[in-house]
Design a protein around this ligand. Structure first.
Ligand SMILES: C=CC1=C(C)c2cc3[nH]c(cc4nc(cc5[nH]c(cc1n2)c(C)c5CCC(=O)O)C(CCC(=O)O)=C4C)c(C)c3C=C
Ligand code: FE2
Length: 467
C-alpha cells in the first residue's frame, strides 16, 4: 500500500516490496497503532444521515455513515496535531468516479468527465477550450452511453454500491475498535467530492484517510480525484491543517489479492472442465500517452497486480492460462493494448473454447462490467467461437476485501500529515482564472468556434460516438 500525506506529490512510487508496507505507512511513527484497539472506544449504533446540499445549482442528498458520537469531541486543529490518533475524530473519504443515476443525467455526467483536464489532456495554450470540447464530446457520446445505461436498468449502480461499501468499511473499522465517519466523494456525479469535503469540515474531522476505490493508480482516476481534493484543502485554512493520509494504490495488498483469487477460483468451478478455462483479465484502458509521456504507473501496476493474483492462484494449485487486455477506449487516440475486443476474436480463432472474464480495475459492478463485458464482449466471444463464457463478479462487499480496506485505513492513520502550502495559500488556480473577464470571453469565443469545427469533422464525430 502506498499512503502519502496530502501535501506530498501526486505520483506514487511503485512498491518494490510487494505486499509489504512502504516506509511511509509503517508503524514506526510516534502514533502507536495499539491505541486503536482500546477497549474504551464505545460502540454506538450507526446513524445514517441524508444531508441535502447544493452544488452547481442543483440540490441533492449525501449519505453519511457515522457513529452517533465522535471519538473525541471538538478538538481545535492545534490540539489535534499535538494529540495522538486515539483522540482524533477520524474521517475516511472514499473517492470514486460516480455515475449517472437516470438517463437524463448521462450527458451532464459525461460533460463533467470530459471537462476534467486529467481525462482530456490539452496542451497548455489550448486548455481554455476544455469546456467547449467537453460539451461537444458529451453531446456526441451521450446517445451511445444512454443505450448502455438503459440496458443496465436506466442508470449506474455505483452510488448505491459505494454507499454500501462505505457502511461496510465503517462497520469493519468499528469491529477493530476504530470509530470513524466514512464519506463518499464522487468525481463526476453526486455526491461530489466537494460536498463530502464540506461535510468533513462541518463534522470537524481531525484526521482523515483518503481511500480511492481504484486498486491501481492512474492519473485519470485517483490522480484526478486527489488533485480536486488538494485544491479544496489548500483553499481552506481550516482544512489545510487537518492531517490527511492518502492511500494512493492498494493492488498489492494481500487481502485484495487473496479476495480476487478466491473469486476466480470459485468461478472456475462453474465450468465443466475448469482446467481448460482461459482466465481473461479485462482492465479499463487509458490512452498510451498517459503511460509513455506522463509517467502514469497504471499499466505497470496492472501487470504487477495480475502477476500477484496468478502467483496466489498457482500457490493454490490453480494453473490456468491467463491473459490481460484493456477495454472501454474512447476517442481517436491510441489506448493501451491489447484491446479486449480484438483479443476475444483472436482467442476464438485460435481455438480457445472456455473463457472466464475478470474485471480488474474497479471493485464495483458498473456499466463496463454489466453492459460492456456481460453483453457486448460475451456476444462477441460467442460469435468468435468461444463456447463457454463466465465472468467473475466485482468484489463489492466481499468480507475479506472490506476487512482489508479497513486494515489499510488503520495502517495509514499514523502517516497523516497536515497540508502545508506556503506559496499561494488561499488562492486556487480557479480563483485566479475566474477573475480574468477578458480571458473568459476569449475562452468562450474560441471554444465555440472550435466546437463548431469539431462538429463538422465526421472523423472526430465517429471516433467519440462509436467507440
Ligand atoms: C480504473 C478505472 C478507470 C479508468 C482508468 C478510466 C479512465 C477513463 N475513462 C474514460 C471515459 C469514460 N469512462 C466512463 C465510465 C467509467 N469509467 C470508469 C473507470 C475508469 N475510467 C468507470 C467505473 C466508469 C463507469 C461509471 C458508471 O456509471 O457505471 C465513461 C462513461 C460510460 C461510457 O460512455 O462508456 C466514459 C466516457 C476516459 C476517457 C479515461 C481515461 C482517460
Ligand atoms: Fe472510464
Amino acid at each position: 500500500m502506498e499512503a502519502t500525506a496530502l501535501s506530498s506529490g501526486l505520483r506514487p512510487l511503485p512498491n518494490p516490496n510487494g505486499y509489504r508496507l512502504p516506509r511511509s505507512c509503517s508503524l514506526r511513527k510516534s502514533l502507536p497503532l495499539a491505541r486503536f484497539h482500546s477497549k474504551e472506544t464505545p460502540f454506538e449504533p450507526k446513524v445514517s444521515l441524508a444531508i441535502t446540499t447544493h452544488h452547481r445549482g442543483l440540490s441533492f442528498k449525501t449519505n453519511v455513515f457515522e457513529q452517533a458520537h465522535p471519538v473525541a469531541g471538538d478538538l481545535s486543529y492545534d490540539d489535534a496535531n499535538r494529540s495522538n490518533v486515539a483522540e482524533d475524530k477520524i474521517g475516511v473519504l472514499l473517492l470514486n468516479l460516480g455515475g449517472p443515476e437516470t438517463l437524463n443525467d448521462v450527458q451532464p455526467f459525461l460533460y463533467n468527465l470530459f471537462a476534467d483536464p486529467d481525462i482530456i489532456r490539452l496542451p497548455r495554450p489550448f486548455q481554455f477550450l476544455q469546456g467547449a470540447i467537453a460539451k461537444f464530446i458529451s453531446v456526441v457520446r451521450a446517445p451511445k452511453s444512454k443505450e448502455g445505461y438503459a440496458a443496465i436498468g436506466g442508470g449506474s449502480p455505483l452510488r448505491k454500491i459505494t454507499d454500501e461499501q462505505a457502511d461496510a468499511i465503517r462497520m469493519a473499522l468499528q469491529t477493530k475498535n476504530v470509530s470513524a465517519t466514512v464519506y463518499v466523494g464522487m468525481r463526476y456525479w453526486f455526491p461530489f467530492t466537494e460536498e463530502a469535503v464540506q461535510q468533513i469540515k462541518k463534522d470537524k474531522i481531525t484526521r482523515l484517510v483518503v481511500l480511492p476505490l481504484y486498486p491501481q493508480y492512474s492519473i485519470s482516476t485517483t490522480g484526478s480525484s486527489v488533485r480536486v481534493l488538494q485544491d479544496l484543502f489548500r483553499k481552506d485554512p481550516y482544512l489545510a491543517r487537518v492531517p490527511v493520509a492518502i492511500i494512493q494504490s492498494w493492488y498489492q495488498r494481500r487481502g485484495y489479492v487473496n479476495s480476487m483469487a478466491d473469486l476466480i477460483e470459485k468461478e472456475l468451478q462453474t465450468f465443466s472442465d475448469p482446467k481448460e478455462v482461459m482466465v481473461f483479465f479485462s482492465a479499463h484502458g487509458v490512452p498510451v500517452s498517459y503511460v509513455e509521456n506522463s509517467g502514469d504507473p497504471y499499466q505497470k501496476q496492472m501487470e504487477e497486480c495480475i502477476d500477484l493474483i496468478m502467483e496466489e492462484l498457482k500457490s493454490r494449485g490453480v494453473q490456468n492460462n491467463h491473459i490481460l487486455a484493456y477495454q472501454s477506449r474512447v476517442g481517436p487516440v491510441q489506448w493501451l493494448k491489447p484491446y479486449t475486443d480484438e483479443v476475444l476474436v483472436d482467442l476464438g480463432k485460435n481455438g480457445v473454447k472456455s473463457l472466464l472474464a475478470v474485471p480488474v480495475s474497479f471493485v464495483s459492478e458498473h456499466i463496463e462490467t454489466l453492459e460492456e463485458i456481460d453483453m457486448e464482449y460475451r456476444e462477441l466471444a460467442l460469435e468468435s467461437g468461444i463456447e463457454n463464457w463466465g465472468r467473475v463478479p466485482a468484489l463489492g462487499l466481499t468480507p475479506s476485501f472490506i476487512t482489508d480496506l479497513a486494515d489499510a485505513v488503520i495502517e495509514s492513520l499514523p502517516s497523516a500529515e497536515a497540508m502545508v502550502h506556503p506559496s499561494g495559500a488561499g488562492v486556487s488556480e480557479d480563483d485566479r482564472e475566474s477573475s480574468d473577464a477578458f480571458g473568459y470571453i476569449m475562452k468562450m469565443f474560441f471554444g465555440s468556434v472550435l466546437a463548431f469545427l469539431l462538429l463538422l469533422s465526421p472523423k472526430m464525430f465517429h471516433a467519440f460516438r462509436n467507440l
